[in-house]
Structures are given as C-alpha cells and as structure tokens.
Design a protein around this ligand. Structure first.
Ligand code: NAP
Length: 637
C-alpha cells in the first residue's frame, strides 16, 4: 500500500492521545497540550479515541497528517526532545490523570524516550571486567525469564549455561498449544521493553506468534549455543568449602553431569506443572483424557462427545474454539471467572496502526506507555479491601462492589436470550479474588450453543465412561479434557535445592514457599528465583515487567559480589521475615486474600504465596539496586 494510504489509514486507526504526543515531538509545540482536551477513558471501551468528539478527532488527525508529512516527505528534522517538565505534562495528558509524583521516575524509565535500554547491566568498570572473568552462572529454564536472564548475563559479560527440559526455547509459550491459546495482556506491552515488535498481528497475539517472538529473540542474541536442550536439572547443591553450586543435570540419553557455578538462577515459572484435580476416580476414564497444557493434537474432537473440567484462563480460551466442532460439550464449572469487557481481544492490529508504530517518531513509545499506565495501578484500588466494609462478602469495598455492578451489567445483555445462564456465570466472590478473563462475547456465545451445556453441579467422581455429579447424574463422553491449572504454589517442584548445612529448600519451606522480594532465601547463597513466591500479579502489570525488574536486581546482586570482593550473598533472616510479614499483611487486605476466596493464589496453609500485594511501582523501586544492608556478604563460603 502506498505511504499516503497507510498514513490515512493510520490516522483513522491511531490511539489519538498517543498520536498527539507524537505530534508534540515532531513539531516541538507543547502548546498542543493546552489546545486539545485531556482524554477521558471509558474503563469498558477500547480507549483509542480518548473520548474526543468528531470535531476534535478530525482536527487532531489533520494536524498530525501535516506534521508527519512534513517530517517524512520533506525530511524535516526533529526539534530538541521535550524538557522534563513537558514530558511530565505529556505523561499526565496521555494517562488522562495526574500521575502521582513518586511514579514519575518509574514511568519515565518505562517510557524510555532516550531510546536507551535502562536495564542494560553495563559492566564496564575495570573492577567488574576483572571480576566477571571468574564468574559462571547456571540458569534453569529457557522460557521468557530464562531468555531474559541469558541476555543480561551476556551483556554483563558473565559466562553462563542455560538448562532447558524442552527441545526449544519459549517455556509456557512452547508447551501450551491448546486451541485458542493467546496472551491476555496487550502485546505492545507483553514484550521485552528493549525488544519492541511493531508487527504484532493481534492486540493479544496467539501462542504461535508469541513463541516465534521468543525464538527470534533467542536467535538474535545468539543464545542457543549456551542452552542445553532436552536436559533436566535434578538437584543443585551448595558446596560450603568452595562457595560453588554443583548443579546435577540429566540429558535425554540419561547421562548425568554436574556443572559448577558461582550462582544459580531458577527461571522455571509458576505455571508449568499441570495439575490433575483431586476428584475420586481421576485416571479411570477409558477414552482419551488430557490436560490443557499437554494437548493431544492426535485426538480428533470432530463429532465427539467431550467433557471439560475447569473454567479458568485456559478453558476459557479453548472451549469457544472446540465448541463448533464437537458433537456435545459439557463444561464442568466449580467457580465462574469474572469477565472484563475487552472488545478488541481477538482483533487484528490494523495495517495503518502498524505503519504508525514503525514510522511515526515516538508514537510506539507513547502507545506502550498508555497501555502500561492503564494496566499498572489503575484498577489496584478497586481490589483493595476496605476494613470498614460491612456489605456483602461478594465484595471487599464500596469500589469493589461498584465494579461488580458495572461488570455484571456488562455481562447481562449477553444472556438476555439465555436467562438460565446468567446466575451461573456471575461469580459470588469479589472481583479480583481470582484472575479475571477478557471478554469479547465468545465465551457466553459458546456456552449458549445448542450442543454445549455448563454443568455447575459439583463433580462426585470421574469414571470409565465420563463424569458423575453429586446429584447422581452421569455425563458420558468420548474425550475428557482437564483445564484444571497448575501446581503453582509448589515452587521449583521438579528439582531439589540444597543450601548451607545441606538444608533442602522445600524442607525449609514445608509447603509454604517464601523468599525475599521473591528472589532470595537465607541459607541459600547466590541462589536466585525469577517469578518466585509473591511475584505474581492479578490485575496490575505484566509478568514480563516483573521478570525485567527481577533480572536487573539479580545482576545487581552479582555486581555487589564483584564490587565488594565477596564470594556469597544471602538475605538476612530478619530482612526476609520482615518483608514476608509485610507481604502477608498486605495480601490479607486484597480481594485475593479475602477469607471467602479460594484459588491457586493461596497455598495449602491458606497463605497467599503467589501474589505481589503492593502497587507495581513498589516492585520497581525495591528492585532497582540490591541494598547491601539486606544481605550477609561473605568473602569465602
Ligand atoms: P486455573 O485458572 O487454575 O483454572 C483451573 C480451573 O479448574 C478452575 O476453573 C478450577 O475451579 C477448576 N478446577 C480445579 N480443580 C478442580 C476440581 N477438583 N473440581 C472442579 N474444578 C476444578 O488454570 P488455567 O486455566 O490453566 O490458568 C492458570 C493460570 O495460567 C491463569 O490464571 C493465568 O495466570 C495463566 N494463563 C494465562 C493465559 C494467558 O495469558 N493467555 C492463558 C491460560 C493460562 P476453581 O476456580 O473453583 O478452583
């Protein structure tokens, strides 16, 4: 398509407030921020038009067209970058609110106007260059966080090996291949901050696209030569005499080997050990039965009777995909998910918008910034418990109750032609108790199909021919699919970690995993976790952002060792305990910590072991640099 047409299309598809910010950059005219009204966003709409009326939209598009043409066609150079004060004004403008002062450095880094990769380790000093020569790190896992760790270690010039059980990189995006699998965070944010992709085909891309992104990133950084594929970690053991970790691995052929490293980074994630439900008779079904994360593509579902157990994030995606093909589908729901309106969930990114992202200076930065802000702490206050709340236990605060009302009203019209569904799909727990799912109508549409039934009677047993519910009804099927989630709270389930004195990490945890900032544990020197205890997020932010912060911090810990000439570092017990007490108190005050809520966010003891309970900015600031006072630093083991 000719450039003029792409520009025209782009102007129509643009996120207008982000386009206005690009216009300020291209023209250097900050008075545009006063000339145009601040956008007003509707929580339930796409937000692209910023609430502008038609006249304002046309005026903005005309101004942008003239400026972009002058820049691209006439080769006009860009004016100097906006001053810090103007940038702050621009942030507030595009966010549609005054961003609190303490968020500004965080938001500035996220915006990244300078184009520099703010989290690049920069190990340039002679001291660091000398120290890194003797450092070796083992990374466990080559999913999103493992790839990221490898990139940062490589940038720091530290030698490393990555151990990966699968035959390829990608982790969850390699393993989960169920129909309809896609990311449910907007892709222009769900990507490494330093590796933007202007070519995402969808706002929420499909699994194959995500996998391709991580494969390409691994290739771009030449990581494959460092990765041992098809290899499992059996155990990692700290040797107190040498202050080294001994990591025992086993390859596909069964050959075992022990690698010696100064530090170990676990990047195995929380959600990769499929969990079968604790229902009597599980395993007794005679036909094909499989979990969503190990989808059997060799089982043709066409014309079959299928039972699905679970209505979480995975089932929510595959049920609408398989429903049109199967003869009969019974969906067994224990608890309904909350549905958040997301009209563009399955929409493609328009070609004009892609062109803007690629060609218009700073448009992509502001577009990402806007998504980031909206996903950051915008909804945080709505999932916080108000201790004075004495209303229904289906909410935790007046704000939370208001959100319940708004979401319920948004779902209602979908069931106008199927009133029997309404009560079944409205959760009785507070919004934020569990992960909410992105609704563009496909879920309810699938449940309303004549060949589909939502069964809410509790399951009594699984047997040879199907599923029996507590009311005695038998639901026979040809295939049984488990959408029943993962062993999330059983962290690092697949290998043993022996620290000082031979103490095993799981023994220390005793079913209740805890760490300092999700990453370090007393008695386990130079052992780090990414996406460890209490680093999952429910409503605010993306897990890639968390990983980027964690990896910066971990590389910072290695820097601390190098700068202080220390052999090991581990958090002080008191620091670890104080942090965890603070986390526990805060989690109790969140919707997911409410006593009436059960979910995989809580472990068997009832403690919320998965989630970060604070605003995102707090993880960012806590992980900027390790505080030496938090650690025991030792010159030798
Ligand atoms: P999940 O959210 O844990 O859902 C498991 C489902 O199985 C729930 O509906 C659960 O009901 C049900 N279940 C479990 N045990 C049961 C039993 N004994 N009897 C009856 N029902 C039972 O698992 P998931 O759907 O695989 O998702 C897990 C997480 O993975 C998500 O929260 C999300 O973080 C991530 N994920 C992300 C994406 C994405 O970004 N696109 C997609 C998929 C998954 P209860 O609710 O009553 O426990």
């Amino acid at each position: 398509m000719p450039r003029e047409d792409l520009l025209e299309l782009g102007l129509m598809q643009a996120h207008l407030p982000a386009l206005l910010m690009a216009l300020v950059h291209v023209t250097g005219d900050a008075s545009l921020l006063d000339e145009f009204p601040r956008p007003v966003y509707d929580f339930f709409a796409e937000g692209r038009l910023g609430g502008y009326n038609e006249e304002t939209q046309s005026r903005l598009r005309a101004r942008a067209k003239a400026a972009i043409e002058a820049y691209l066609v006439n080769g006009q150079t860009l004016p100097p970058a906006p001053s810090p004060a103007t940038l702050h004004k621009m942030m507030n403008f595009v966010a549609g609110v005054d961003i609190p002062e303490h968020y500004l450095p965080f938001m500035e880094e996220e915006l990244g106007i300078s184009g520099e990769d703010a989290k690049h380790p920069h190990w340039e000093s002679p001291k660091l260059q000398a120290a890194r020569k003797d450092m070796r790190v083992v990374v466990i896992g080559a999913g999103m966080s493992g790839i990221l760790s490898a990139i940062r270690l490589q940038q720091a010039g530290i030698a490393f090996d990555v151990i990966e059980k699968n035959p390829d990189v990608g982790g969850t995006w390699l393993e989960n291949t169920y129909p309809g699998c896609r990311v449910d965070n907007p892709n222009h944010m769900y990507s490494f901050s330093f590796e933007p992709n202007h070519d995402w085909p969808y706002h929420y891309s499909t699994q194959d696209v995500l996998l391709d992104y991580f494969r390409r990133t691994a290739d771009k950084y030449g990581l494959r030569k460092h990765i041992r594929f098809g290899t499992q970690v059996l155990e990692t053991r700290f040797d107190e005499k040498t202050a080294k970790w001994h990591v025992t691995i086993k390859d596909k052929s069964g050959k075992e080997e022990t690698l010696v490293a100064d530090a170990v980074i676990s990047a195995v994630g929380q959600l990769n050990q499929p969990k079968m439900p604790d229902i009597p008779g599980v395993g007794s079904f005679k036909g094909p039965a499989f979990h969503s994360a190990t989808w059997r593509h060799d089982v043709d579902l066409k014309g079959k009777r299928v039972n699905v157990i679970g209505t979480g994030a995975s089932a929510f995606q595959f049920v609408p995909e398989i429903a049109p093909d199967v003869k009969e589908l019974k969906v067994f729901q224990r608890t309904p998910p909350w549905l958040g309106p997301t009209p563009d969930y399955h929409d493609k990114v328009g070609e004009g918008k892609k062109w803007l992202l690629e060609h218009v200076p700073f448009y992509a930065k502001w577009y990402r910034f806007w998504i980031f802000w909206m996903m950051t702490d915008g909804i945080y206050e709505f999932v916080k418990t108000d201790p004075t709340w004495n209303g229904s236990p289906n909410a935790v605060s007046p704000n939370n109750a208001l959100l319940r009302e708004m979401l319920t009203a948004a779902i209602k019209p979908q069931t106008d032609d199927a009133p029997w569904l309404f009560d079944k799909i409205i959760p009785d727990y507070p919004f934020g108790g569990k992960r909410s799912l992105r609704d563009n109508g496909k879920w309810v549409e699938a449940l309303k199909r004549p060949n589909v039934a939502l069964v809410t009677e509790p399951i009594a047993e699984i047997n040879a021919t199907g599923v029996k519910t507590k009311d005695g009804k038998q639901y026979d099927s040809d295939v049984l699919i488990y959408g029943t989630g993962f062993h999330a709270s059983n962290f690092l389930r697949t290998f043993k970690v022996y620290g000082r004195g031979g103490q095993e990490l799981h023994d220390r945890w005793n079913g209740d995993a805890r760490a300092y900032l999700g990453m370090t544990v007393p008695g386990f020197p130079n052992f780090f976790m990414i996406y460890g205890p209490n680093t999952n997020i429910v409503v605010n932010g993306s897990i890639i952002f968390f990983s980027e912060c964690s990896v910066r911090y971990i590389i910072g810990c290695l820097r601390l060792l190098a700068e202080t000439g220390s052999a090991t570092l581990e958090p002080k017990e008191k620091v670890h305990d104080t942090f965890n007490a603070r986390v526990d108190e805060a989690n109790k005050m969140m919707a997911w910590g409410a006593p009436q809520v059960t979910s995989w966010y809580k472990n068997a003891t009832g403690r919320v072991s998965q989630n970060w309970p604070f605003p995102l900015v707090e993880y960012w600031s806590a992980t900027l640099n390790p505080n030496p006072n938090d650690f025991e630093l030792r010159k030798s083991a």
